[in-house]
Ligand binder design. Structure first.
Ligand code: GLP
Length: 241
């Protein structure tokens, strides 16, 4: 695991975007595993700049997103489908047929999770998986638990996650309580993993996840076992390491 300390959010975003850009340049038809949340927004802005200035061509890139809220229509501006279009896909030359996100509109959790797991496998896994991290160490929506869940599955969101995400909704009752998420194996099969973490409120979990014991109580700690992980933290998130 390599940890790169960036100065601030903007620096973290540029460094992360440069790593993704290198992947796209080296393998134009690569599979990018993508993440949502506030952390990657700056990274996506940098990738858009790279496309606009002619450095990056996404026409052959395929994507697989980590997760999606269950039961939220794609048209809802808080769905991850909407987020990805709004923050990245609508602004680059990506082929919309090459985009994959769990379908939160499918109420049949078992069928949807099996379908999505097969989709990621059929892509041959991710060449590069981008990850943010929740305050409790969740990756995708793999919440702290007694065991690691391997494949794409439906999760009940923890109260702390619901509380953290309520800022995006009008009222807390509107926050979905379940999500479909890639499992730990689905994430770990990526050839390379890029984790980005920003802010003093994540300093404690950064220390736990990357320097503490590997435990399903801190899902991101499993990344210590992956052979090719780069973590880019800003100064605040890296202040305890
Ligand atoms: C969300 C997403 C995660 C994300 C995390 C952190 O709930 N499911 O993929 O990494 O929480 O979000 P943020 O970057 O806004 O702190």
């Amino acid at each position: 695991m390599r940890i790169i300390k960036a100065k601030d959010y903007a620096d973290m975003s540029r460094k992360a975007a440069n790593i993704i850009a290198a992947q796209v340049i080296l393998k134009p038809d690569c599979v990018l595993g993508l993440a949502t949340g506030s952390t990657p927004i700056g990274t996506y802005k940098e990738l858009i700049k790279g496309y606009e200035n002619g450095d990056l061509d996404f026409s052959l890139v395929k994507t697989a997103n980590l997760d999606e809220y269950r039961g939220l229509p794609k048209s809802n501006d808080q769905s991850y489908d909407y987020f990805m279009k709004d923050n990245l896909f609508n602004h680059i030359n990506i082929n919309f047929e090459n985009l994959n996100i769990p379908n939160g509109e499918n109420p049949d959790a078992e069928a949807e999770c099996a379908r999505y797991e097969a989709v990621v496998k059929a892509l041959g896994g991710q060449d590069l998986q981008l990850l943010g991290m929740g305050h409790n160490g969740h990756i995708g929506f793999n919440e702290p638990a007694d065991e690691f869940v391997k494949e794409t599955h439906c999760v009940d969101l923890q109260e702390s996650t619901i509380q953290a995400n309520k800022r995006f909704f009008e009222k807390v009752e509107d926050v979905p309580t379940q999500a479909y998420t890639m499992g730990i194996n689905t994430i770990m099969q990526a050839k390379k993993i890029l984790v980005i973490v920003s802010g003093a409120d994540k300093a404690e979990i950064v220390k736990k996840a990357f320097f503490g014991p590997v435990t399903p109580q801190v899902p991101a700690s499993i990344l210590q076992m992956h052979p090719d992980v780069v973590v880019v933290v800003d100064e605040a998130a890296g202040s305890l390491i």
